[in-house]
Design a protein around this ligand. Structure first.
Ligand code: IMP
Length: 499
């Protein structure tokens, strides 16, 4: 006899609808905040919050450096995938951390370094402008990619090609970006070295970073104003991988597994906590309250929940394991709230897999999720790592599961013991830039919260009222009994909707 048989079916997000609450001035969409904690942090550090409750999945076809940079600029985070070599993943993290809004501390070079040596650092770090300093870190000049041609000047010294400090406008002890921006404007330059009163180099400020920053008020930063970077890991090569990711200055580590309720995750969490106690760990995926307790007691600072719902996922079919995401969230959120009452530790919950529309995101948040992880949604964007292709006159991007044959070459770790696939490979329709898509997605989330009378996610969790709807009612909620004009119909033809 099985230990437990639940005879209530588990529910998916699409089966729920929200009931309205009292809308007020405070809950007008323009007054709604979508700020949410990424991980539990004893110090409530600013850097561990997202400004929008959306993260992109740790998948080869979704989350590379470009996604990491753009999503952090827009208030969310990309979980950089681990199904690649340690070096290339660390490189992606470095790219995100080096893409800085505001004050940058780039690697400095010395007068007698050859241009060829400096060029190697340029390739490693992605920086194209270097400050030149002496052994005491006194600022001597700048050298940028415009000052040399590697084929002509490889053997030259930095001092032969740099612009020396006499010809450079500098700022002294400036910590305000606006002030730095004013000096840059007046000097017609694109980079401003900031020195202390003794002439030692503190930072560089780039004009393009300032502009970028002013355009992105929701940007997520670390305390040095660099973009926040999250990397996923597996439970196999984690010791070596985490070392390298920390060297690349990753902020948060997430363990990526379809089933997180394992002793391997516990060991991984414990090892990281012993070796790098400062680094928060997101664990998962789990779908039961037991799984939640197990990972949180091991030291997880947030959990990802969901199994079997992903758009490319065939785990339920292949293994018979999984659970509807609405029931999963509901169950785990109950445990999270109990755990908070017991310990005062609030462990954020990420809803992951199978979120197909904005209303699903909103329902997940209403049920108590702190943020939502999506693969398909972000795979369609310009910033995902895949190339666009044209199929039947439609622009598409490839999208494949981490458990598909295509990814398994790399995944060796995640699914290699199994003799079957858990994911498929397909195409998704290209959707343009994240920025443009998010505008509409966030507007819809805010509009629903406004209707429900919640001005932030904490209030939404406490006050949302949801109702399970019948299949007929879901049908009624769509356009029906009219001829849809070509404009409203995705296929571009007039179509009669049957009732
Ligand atoms: P989507 O947003 O519905 O496309 O789901 C993305 C999520 O599916 C990821 O965040 C993973 O949790 C999960 N996932 C990724 N690859 C696979 C796979 O190959 N099999 C099963 N689940 C997967």
């Amino acid at each position: 006899m099985a230990k437990k048989i639940i005879n209530e079916p588990s529910r998916t997000l699409m089966e729920y609808r929200l009931l309205p609450g009292l809308s007020t001035m405070q809950t007008a969409p323009e007054n709604i905040s979508l700020r949410t904690p990424l991980v539990y942090s004893a110090k409530q550090e600013k850097k561990y919050y997202l400004n929008i409750p959306l993260v992109s999945a740790a998948m080869q076809s979704v989350s590379g450096a470009k996604m990491g940079i753009e999503l952090a600029k827009l208030g969310g985070a990309a979980f950089i995938y681990s199904s690649q070599t340690i070096e290339s993943q660390a490189d992606m993290i470095r790219k995100i951390k080096n893409h800085k809004a505001g004050f940058v501390k780039p690697k400095a070079v010395k007068l007698n370094m050859t241009i060829a040596e400096m060029y190697r650092i340029r390739k490693e770090t992605g920086h194209s402008t270097f400050p030149v300093v002496n052994d005491e870190n006194i600022f001597l000049g700048l050298i940028s990619k415009w000052d040399y041609d590697i084929s002509l000047h490889g053997k030259f010294k930095v001092k032969d090609r740099m612009i020396s400090k006499e010809n450079i406008e500098v700022g002294v002890n400036i910590s305000d970006l606006k002030e730095a921006n004013n000096i840059l404007l007046e000097s017609h330059k694109s980079v401003l070295p900031i020195l202390d009163e003794t002439g030692k180099l503190l930072y560089l400020v780039f004009r393009k970073d300032i502009n970028d920053h002013l355009n992105n008020p929701l940007e997520v930063h670390d305390e040095k104003k660099r973009l926040l970077a999250v990397a996923s890991i597996n439970t196999h090569d984690y010791q070596e991988r985490v070392h390298e990711l920390i060297k690349a200055e990753v902020d948060v580590i997430a363990i990526d597994s379809s089933d997180g309720f394992t002793v391997y995750q516990k060991e991984t969490i414990e090892w990281i906590k012993d070796n790098f106690p400062e680094i928060p760990i997101i664990a998962g995926n789990i779908i039961t309250q037991e799984g939640f307790r197990y990972l949180v007691e091991a030291g997880a600072a947030a959990v990802k929940v969901g199994m079997g719902g992903g758009s490319i996922c065939i785990t339920q079919e292949q293994k018979g394991t999984g659970r509807g995401l609405a029931t999963t969230i509901f169950d785990i959120v109950k445990s999270r709230d109990e755990y908070f009452k017991e310990t005062g530790k609030y462990i954020p919950v990420a809803a992951d897999g199978g979120v197909t529309s904005t209303k699903d995101i909103t329902i997940a948040l209403a049920l108590g999720a702190d943020y939502v992880m999506m693969g398909r949604y972000f795979a369609r964007m310009e910033e995902s790592p895949t190339e666009k292709i044209v199929v039947n006159n439609r622009v598409m991007k490839p999208y494949w599961g981490e458990g598909s044959n295509r990814a398994r070459e790399w995944i060796n770790k995640r699914y290699n013991q199994s003799k079957f696939v858990e994911g498929v490979e397909g195409l998704v329709e290209y959707a343009g830039h994240i920025r443009d898509n998010l505008d509409e997605t966030l507007a819809k989330i805010k509009s629903s919260m406004s209707t429900c009378g919640a001005s932030n996610l904490e209030e939404f969790h406490k006050t949302a009222e949801l109702e399970l709807v019948s299949a007929l009612s879901i049908r009624e909620g769509k356009a029906h009994d009219i001829y849809l004009s070509a404009e409203s119909n995705e296929a571009g033809e007039d179509v009669k909707i049957e009732n």
